[in-house]
Design a protein around this ligand. Structure first.
Ligand SMILES: [Zn+2]
Length: 320
């Protein structure tokens, strides 16, 4: 009897140990990597602890500057950084150039937000001035973690907000942002067998379909509020209500908080229409109304287009 009891206890201990190992605090990414340098980057609302894993980097100071400017763009869009403590794990990649890859998690070892950036050994200051990955990753911290079927919202939001945050912090011009959106947004249109954003998890629908959802919602909110409110107000309110990456929410809750902040039902109603059905957006008509058009390689911003003032507010320009 005693032996059997002991064995039971041992099995129980193994089970508990396995369970503990599965917890994020023990399974954290980068665990086991040797950290050789650590810097603190401060922005309004947060301290970002930048940890450098072992490996060569030609210009580590430029990497720190890049993280600082990406975090400043997030502050420009959200008013302050969405979570107070952040860990950025920089993992050098031998022989490569540029920001190779980024991943972001919520609630890792005491940090509400953690981003791992794989950065090429020979990355230069000039490479980093073209980098969008760091900003994209940090946008993820300002939205709750959603169920898998709504992963498109987390990614679409990051794709949509990243250039807008950068234009607001002075890193990009508005013309460049609209140029890139016009060039790339069509990748978010539904294909033939599409079953709506909640059920079609292709790359195009997840990233650009989600971004197109955000753009269409942003324009609709601004239409309904006479350009006084936009998606930015909805996103700030979601953060203020605790909707950050370290919290799991469902989609209706996030959208309801966002809608309450703009005094509209745009997000909830648009989600109801888009989640189970393919919705094709007439992007040509949208660009014409916003007053953006290609002139060769360049983009022209048309001042007297019907929704030019909405376009200006989306990129943070003042409207008279
Ligand atoms: Zn992402």
């Amino acid at each position: 009897m005693i032996d059997r009891k002991r064995r039971g206890t041992a099995l129980w201990a193994v089970f508990v140990f396995a369970f503990l190992l599965s917890l994020p605090v023990f399974a954290q990414p980068g665990r086991g990597l040797k950290i050789v340098d650590s810097r603190a980057v401060k922005v309004r609302g947060a301290v970002l602890q930048v940890d450098f894993a072992e490996g060569k980097l030609d210009e580590p100071d430029a990497v720190v500057r890049r993280i600082q400017s990406a975090a400043s763009a997030i502050v420009a869009y959200y008013g302050s950084f969405p979570v107070k403590r952040v860990r950025i794990l920089v993992v050098p990649v031998a022989g490569r150039s540029g920001v190779v890859q980024g991943t972001t998690w919520g609630d890792m070892a005491g940090f509400p937000g953690m981003t791992r950036l794989r950065i090429g050994e020979h990355t230069t200051d000039a490479d980093l001035r073209e980098d969008w990955t760091t900003t994209h990753e940090l946008v993820h911290m300002g939205f709750p973690t959603l169920p898998d079927d709504q992963h498109w919202m987390e990614e679409g939001l990051a794709v949509y907000v990243e250039p807008l945050a950068r234009v607001m912090s002075g890193e990009l011009t508005a013309a460049r942002v609209w140029h890139d959106m016009m060039r790339d947004m069509h990748q978010g249109q539904p294909g033939e067998s599409d079953e709506g954003l909640d059920h079609t998890h292709s790359w195009g629908r997840t990233y650009w379909g989600g971004a197109m959802f955000c753009l269409v919602a942003d324009v609709a909110i601004r239409e309904q509020t006479h350009n006084r409110k936009g998606l930015q107000d909805a996103l700030r309110a979601i953060v203020e209500h605790g909707g950050t990456i370290d919290h799991e929410w469902d989609m209706p809750k996030a959208l309801a908080v966002g809608d309450a902040a703009t005094g509209t039902h745009v997000l909830t109603e648009q989600y109801a229409k888009w989640k189970d059905k393919p919705v094709t957006v007439d992007l040509g008509a949208l660009w014409a109304e916003l007053g953006v058009k290609f002139d060769g390689d360049q983009v022209m911003l048309v001042a007297n287009a019907p929704r030019a003032s909405i376009r200006e507010r989306i990129t943070g320009e003042r409207v008279q």
